[in-house]
Design a protein around this ligand. Sequence first.
Ligand code: ATP
Length: 462
Amino acid sequence: MEKTMEKIVALAKARGFVYPGSEIYGGLANTWDYGNLGVELKNNVKKAWWKKFIQENPYNVGVDCAILMNPQTWVASGHLGGFSDPLMDCKECHERFRADKMIEDYMQENGIEIQGSVDAWSNEEMSNYIDEKNIACPTCGKHNFTEIRQFNLMFKTFQGVTEDAKNTVYLRPETAQGIFVNFKNVQRTSRKKIPFGIGQVGKSFRNEITPGNFTFRTREFEQMELEFFCEPDTDLEWFAYWKEFCVKWLQDLGIKEEEMRVRDHEAAELSFYSKATSDIEFLFPFGWGELWGIADRTDYDLSRHQEVSKEDLAYFDDEKKIKYVPYVIEPSLGADRVTLAFLCGAYDEEEIGEGDVRTVLHFHPAIAPVKIGVLPLSKKLGEGAEKIYAELSKYYNCEYDDRGNIGKRYRRQDEIGTPFCITYDFESEEDQSVTVRDRDTMEQERIKIADLKAYFEKKLEF
Ligand code: ATP
């Protein structure tokens, strides 16, 4: 079975996971809308993150901050000055490219191992490499490029009625800064002591030069970020702790070992303020791609905000009687990217005998968009089946389907990744039992209707 993006994108559209954005107007490049199943899947992914990183975690609390922030925020964070990518045009066909990505694609296609990441190279180094290898324009095949220049990725807009410079505001390019500017507020209101973390899930915007690979890189996307504040000198221990925690979260939700790798940045590749950075990467059908960036950001963020805002952001440890600016460990994950990884990881076409093949999404039950399909064997059995549906849908997203033959209905549920199907048959009224079919093993079990709630509670635990 060949797992291709074409197949996954086609299934996503046909079944209601992801549609092209603004489709009736011919679309808007690289925008995507989540459909009836996609919204459930992505919400489940965000819920699973929140549950493990915030709800169950004794150290962490959450916030939900504004997308528009005082522009001084971006002065302090460095985004106004330095949040840019190396842009290059093809002089023949006028297509625009990100020089670092063009080189990385070239290396991946030609099996060239890279030491570190190309985005740490200077413009000159990139330019020389492109010339030396005679890399051609992916659109027209010619080799004739402009110089590389830096392009700021922040989206600009205006607040209020006059469109002038002093009313310029930016759509946040990451959720992290809302957390930093609220560090004191949250510390006071939550009464947390260091070490503690603040998490946030929300939209971010980057005017990416080359978005693409479906929802992997878009200009509007969601992030799930944790900023974990700790005492200086304990940072590397916490960095290791969170790295392991993130790997476990992915594995617990079904990402296989061979589809995942952790790439530790070498010293030369680290941002000047970072003591350690690792990326967790996933093997997409189009190659390895970053899912999660985990960085030890030292005291850079809070110090910068302290400097620019003139507010004291230091922490006083009243047991040790010491005052310091906390260090920060930041695990930053793209909600859309990891949702795509779960979709790609789950996709399978299975031979099930006699030349028959079924398409199935092996989602972990916690993220499956529909948990239980309720399928009466005949339309005549609607009354009993509807009662079961009404009861279980109080707790889980369920689907009721009484159309077509039962084999086809099972296949449809397999294709959308529903882990369990209940069949209400002609004996059900009599024995007050139903058949529960498991998506992965396709085995069936007879279960008492009265026991269904407890049965699924156990099966769907996360
Ligand atoms: P890349 O090198 O892929 O552009 P990055 O290193 O700039 O990513 P970070 O700034 O570390 O990314 O952002 C943290 C996470 O946010 C990424 O690991 C990714 O999951 C997600 N993310 C970043 N940019 C995008 C995007 N344009 N579309 C979707 N997700 C994104």
